[in-house]
Design a protein around this ligand. Structure first.
Ligand code: GLP
Length: 251
C-alpha cells in the first residue's frame, strides 16, 4: 500500500480527483468504481469543478456503486443511487444509464448479486475503485468477519455502522439493517484502488487497516494484499500511524 498524508480533507479531495481525472483522460478499458459516504464528497466536488472549468468529460465512462440498502428504491432520498446522482453524476456529463448500483428492491437478491457481478465483468471489470472506510474498518458494506474472497452479496449491518450512518437519514427513520454490497473479493479485483479517509474518527480504523495484521476482523486490512492501493489521508486520519508515510506527492 502506498500511504500519502495530506493537510486536510480538501487536499485529499484534490489528490483523489487528480488520480481519477488522469484515469478518465487516459483510460483504455474498464469501469470506475464509486463510493458513497461523506468522505469522498470533496473528491466529487473537485471532479465537478474540473468538468466545468477544464472540460473533463465523463461521457464514455461506466460507473459502479459499491453498495445499496435493501428496501430502498433508486428514488429514495436515502438510497446510495440517489446520493451519487445528486452529488456527482447529475452534475457532470455522465449518462444516467452509465451509473449502476445493486438493486436493493430486487425480489431475488441472490440473483441480483450475480447479475451485478456479471454487469461489472461485462464492462471489462473495475479499473479504478474509490473507497472510503468505516470507523470499524468496513469497506463497501463488508462488516468485520466478512470473507476476503466474497463476491457481491447481502450483508447484515452492525449496530455501530447503522448508528454511524443514521446521520444520512431523517430523524426518526430506521436505518435499514440489510444491504447489498460488492464483496471484498470483488473490490480486490479492481486493478487500482484509491482509499480516502479523513478526520480523527477514522484514525484507529486506518492504523489497523494499514499497519495491523491482515484479518477479517478489519475488512480494509484485505487491501494489504492488493498490488496497487493508494491510501490518501489527512493529518487527523493519519495520526495513529507508526511507520513514516511518504511526504505529500502525486498519487
Ligand atoms: C458507509 C459506506 C462506505 C463508506 C462508509 C464511511 O458505510 N457503505 O462505503 O466508506 O460509510 O462513510 P463516511 O465517509 O461517511 O464516514
Amino acid at each position: 500500500m502506498d500511504i500519502v498524508v495530506l493537510e486536510d480533507p480538501v487536499a485529499v479531495g484534490a489528490a483523489g480527483a487528480d488520480a481519477i481525472a488522469r484515469w478518465v483522460e487516459e483510460r483504455t478499458d474498464g469501469a470506475l468504481g464509486l463510493a458513497t459516504g461523506a468522505t469522498p464528497m470533496p473528491v466529487y466536488e473537485a471532479l465537478v469543478h474540473r468538468h466545468h472549468d477544464d472540460g473533463l468529460s465523463f461521457a464514455g465512462v461506466r460507473c459502479f456503486l459499491l453498495d445499496e440498502y435493501v428496501g430502498l428504491s433508486t428514488r429514495d432520498p436515502c438510497s446510495y443511487a440517489r446520493f451519487i446522482r445528486e452529488r456527482f453524476a447529475n452534475l457532470v456529463d455522465l449518462p444516467e444509464d452509465h451509473v449502476l448500483g445493486p438493486d436493493g428492491m430486487a425480489e431475488d437478491l441472490d440473483a441480483e448479486c450475480r447479475s451485478y457481478e456479471d454487469a461489472i465483468a461485462a464492462t471489462g471489470g473495475i479499473a479504478l475503485q474509490l473507497l472510503g472506510i468505516g470507523a470499524n474498518g468496513h469497506i463497501g458494506f463488508n462488516e468485520p468477519g466478512a470473507s476476503f474472497g466474497a463476491a457481491t452479496h447481502v450483508e447484515e449491518l452492525t449496530a455501530r455502522t447503522r448508528g454511524d450512518n443514521a446521520r444520512f437519514f431523517p430523524p426518526g427513520t430506521t436505518v435499514p439493517s440489510r444491504v447489498v454490497t460488492q464483496g471484498i473479493g470483488t473490490i480486490l479485483r479492481a486493478r487500482r484502488i484509491l482509499l480516502v479517509a479523513t478526520g480523527p474518527a477514522k484514525a484507529e480504523a486506518v492504523v489497523r487497516a494499514v499497519e495491523g495484521p491482515m484479518t477479517t476482523a478489519v475488512p480494509a486490512s484485505a487491501l494489504q494484499r492488493h498490488a496497487r492501493t493508494t491510501v490518501l489521508l489527512d493529518r487527523d486520519a493519519a495520526a495513529m500511524l507508526q511507520r513514516p508515510a511518504r511526504p505529500e506527492r502525486r498519487p
